[in-house]
Design a protein around this ligand. Structure first.
Ligand code: CMP
Length: 181
């Protein structure tokens, strides 16, 4: 084979490899664009900073955890709940043995109530809060860091989309909830 022929064949091979690489890159890019990713819903959830955490002066620290984890505070107000309000809010627990103590605790001082908005806000807030019983809460969660007992457990958060809707409406008329988006 002449040198010129050899150079031509090598040139053709190189060109062929380049085209192949370009096709490969394009396919990968197309796959990335069309890949099915789980869609995260933008949700709202109700959060209450309970009397123990308000008394410890950690509202700002708890707000900072919401904000640094992608949750926006889109409504907030401080309140000192009456026994009627706390009793009605926790009405689902009426038959539970801890109901009376829960209402007494929730009316023992002011609370900070807020609506949080963000991707997967309900589960995200519950992850940030940690287990109901602070002794079982994972390190770094709000309850592990700021709560003392299952009654004085620093924060409340809605446990599902239906509850969130009812709980938000319990404390905030729609006109006082401001979407952060
Ligand atoms: P919270 O998320 O506000 O919802 C109901 C509250 O009841 C809960 O946090 C606790 O503070 C309180 N509580 C007290 N005892 C229990 C219990 N055994 N199980 C669940 N909640 C309890």
């Amino acid at each position: 084979m002449h040198f010129r022929q050899l150079r031509q064949s090598v040139g053709t091979m190189t060109g062929y490899l380049r085209v192949q690489r370009a096709i490969c890159c394009f396919t990968r890019f197309y796959d990335l664009l069309t890949e099915e990713r789980p869609l995260m819903a933008i949700e709202r959830t109700l959060s209450i900073i309970k009397p123990d955490a308000v008394a410890k002066n950690v509202i700002g620290k708890i707000y900072s955890r919401f904000e640094t984890n992608g949750l926006k505070i889109i409504a907030s107000r401080m309140a000192w709940l009456s026994p009627q309000e706390a009793g009605e809010f926790y009405g689902v627990h009426k038959e539970r043995p801890f109901y009376k103590d829960l209402v007494a605790f929730m009316t023992s001082g002011p609370v900070m109530i807020q609506v949080l908005e963000g991707e997967d806000a309900i589960a995200k807030n519950r992850d940030l809060m940690g287990a109901t019983d602070p002794k079982k809460a994972a390190p770094g969660t709000i309850r592990a860091d700021f709560a003392a007992s299952i009654d004085a457990n620093a924060v409340h958060g809605s446990d599902g989309p239906d509850t969130a809707k009812v709980e938000i409406a319990f404390f905030f008329p729609a006109m006082n909830v401001y979407s952060g988006r």
